[in-house]
Every structure is written in structure tokens, then in C-alpha cells.
Design a protein around this ligand. Structure first.
Ligand code: PXG
Length: 287
């Protein structure tokens, strides 16, 4: 079925959802986005996604031509028009059409685009057996060049690392930062468990502040686990009892090997399973 897309302030047919070839979102990857899940017809962590979108936009000096409330209504309307009960929303804001040059003052009409569709997840066996990972040689963008906190339309850094993962036959890849520390995966944050303590890189590692990451940290603390945000090396990962990734698409997914080292028992571990259950309960709770 053809989708209804929110574009230009209204819902239009997919075939009519077109933007200018002069849009700097296309010419320079100049814009921001969010990837949001819909569970049981409800937009999950909606307010937090909208807040992050507006923060990303602020950081790149992009004025979104709608209020946060209006953007939320547009998302709700698009989900409803496409009868999505369990699915995925891609919310995009481009810089708008401009001249063939970098000057943002010569652009106009930033485009707010909402696509609501069903979601393609990792292969089912990934969830039962866990995922295998390699470390990419491509490091995460230096935070002094482009903050990883900005969820920008320029994902080449992550795409180059993801290519290394797919070349190795894997669905994700680990990225280090410019200091050689563990940062995150190409579209997921990373956690390890050692002696029942959870550890994950802090925001100063140059990572996206994942909303799933934040939710899992909160759920873990509520569940009585200690959680440390700290600098991690690959060695810390190799000798962990458990490892898992968090992300909007992935939810919570176990990692059972990294760079040919099996992690812990080589099977999804008990803490990972517990946190996945707690996270799935949260997705059903209507937040
Ligand atoms: N790090 C990076 C670099 C990401 O792009 C995450 C961590 C996890 O963040 P959230 O807030 O989702 O927990 C992301 C998120 C897609 C897609 O279609 C990618 C993401 C989210 C949703 C969809 O590739 N990345």
C-alpha cells in the first residue's frame, strides 16, 4: 500500500512527496532526523525524541518551522493515516533549498518530513542467539569536528564503519573514538556486564545519547543494578561476562562475540535477558 507522507505541512501521497534537488539536506547532508518506534499504536518516548530533534537542530543553527507540539501532532497524524500499530517513524528536517554553496543564509524553506512505516528488524536468530561483532577501522567522528550528539543527516561516518561490518558478514560493527576508546556501534549504543555491574561509555566518549540507552540505564538502576558510565577499552569488552546493544530498532540485543573472542558463555546472558524483558514491559506501558 502506498504511504501517506507528511510534507509541506500536510499529508500527501508517497508519489507526490518530493523535495527540491537544491535542498541542502541532499546536497550536504545538512539537516537532522529521528528514528522513533510505534508500539501498540503509541509513539514511544515521543517527547524525548522531539526534544532531541530540536536540540540537534539548535546545534546546527537550523530553525524548525514548526513548534515541538506541531511536530508531535504531525507524527501522530502520519502514524494514524498509515494505520501503523507497530512500526517505525522517520522524522526528518532538512535545511531547505539553497544555492550551490555552503552558506545557510542562502537557503529557505526547511522541510519537515514524517514517514511512518512498518519496521525491518535484525534477523530473528539475532535475538535468540545473539549477535557477532567486529571492530571497524573507521573511528567515530572526532567530537571537535562534529558532535555525535547531533543526529544529523550525514551518516557517512557510520555507513563506512557499517560497510566493514557487512563485509565481515555481520549486521553491526563496533566503533572506537579518536582516543582508541570504545564509543558505540553504527546505529546502537553498547553496554557490558561484569560481575553484575553494567558499564557503558559516557557521553564524553563521543557518542549519540541514545534514548534506548538512557531508558535501559534507568530501568537497570530501578532493578537494583549498578550502572557506570565510564571509559572502556576493547580489552574490557573482550573479558566482559555479557555484552549487549541498545537502539530504537534493536531494542536490547545480546552480543556473543567480538573480533573472534566469544563473550562470557558465548550465549545471551541473564542480565541482558532481564533488561530486555524490563525494556519490553516499558514499551507496553504507554510512555
Ligand atoms: N548510536 C547511533 C549512532 C545511532 O544512530 C543509536 C546510537 C541509538 O539511539 P536510540 O535513541 O535509537 O536509542 C542510534 C540510533 C536506522 C535507525 O534506521 C538508526 C537509529 C535509530 C533508529 C533507526 O538506521 N540509530
Amino acid at each position: 500500500m502506498a504511504l501517506k507522507i507528511f510534507l509541506g505541512g500536510k499529508l500527501v501521497d508517497e508519489a507526490d512527496a518530493k523535495i527540491s534537488v537544491f535542498d541542502h539536506g541532499l546536497l550536504y547532508g545538512d539537516g537532522v532526523f529521528e528514528g522513533i518506534r510505534v508500539y501498540g499504536g503509541r509513539v514511544f518516548l515521543h517527547q524525548k525524541h522531539i526534544d532531541r530533534l530540536f536540540e540537534s537542530a539548535k546545534a546546527i543553527r537550523l530553525t524548525i518551522p514548526m513548534t515541538p507540539k506541531e511536530v508531535m501532532s504531525a507524527v501522530e497524524a502520519t502514524v494514524k493515516a498509515n494505520q501503523i500499530t507497530d512500526g517505525y517513524v522517520r522524522l526528518v528536517v532538512t535545511r531547505g533549498a539553497g544555492s550551490l554553496g555552503l552558506d545557510i543564509r542562502k537557503t529557505s524553506n526547511p522541510q519537515v518530513i514524517v514517514i511512518a512505516d512498518t519496521i525491518t528488524l535484525y534477523p530473528p536468530e539475532t535475538y535468540t542467539k545473539g549477535m557477532h561483532l567486529v571492530t571497524a577501522s573507521t573511528i567515530r567522528n572526532h567530537p571537535g569536528a562534529l558532535s555525535a550528539r547531533i543526529k544529523s543527516l550525514n551518516y557517512l561516518n557510520n555507513i563506512l564503519a557499517r560497510i566493514e561490518g557487512t563485509d565481515a558478514g555481520m549486521v553491526e560493527a563496533l566503533m572506537l573514538n579518536h582516543k582508541g576508546e570504545v564509543a558505540e556501534c553504527t546505529g546502537d549504543n553498547i553496554f557490558i556486564v561484569k560481575n553484575r555491574v553494567l558499564m557503558t561509555p559516557g557521553l564524553d566518549a563521543g557518542i549519540l545519547e541514545g534514548l534506548t540507552r538512557n531508558a535501559v540505564i534507568e530501568l537497570a538502576r530501578e532493578g537494583g543494578y549498578e550502572v557506570r558510565e565510564m571509559s572502556l577499552t576493547r580489552h574490557d569488552l573482550y573479558v566482559a561476562d555479557e555484552m549487549f546493544l541498545t537502539g530504537t530498532a534493536a531494542e536490547v540485543v545480546a552480543v556473543v562475540s567480538l573480533d573472534g573472542r566469544s563473550i562470557g558463555s558465548g550465549q545471551p546472558g541473564p542480565v541482558t535477558k532481564d533488561l530486555l524483558e524490563r525494556f519490553q514491559a516499558l514499551t507496553r506501558s504507554g510512555v
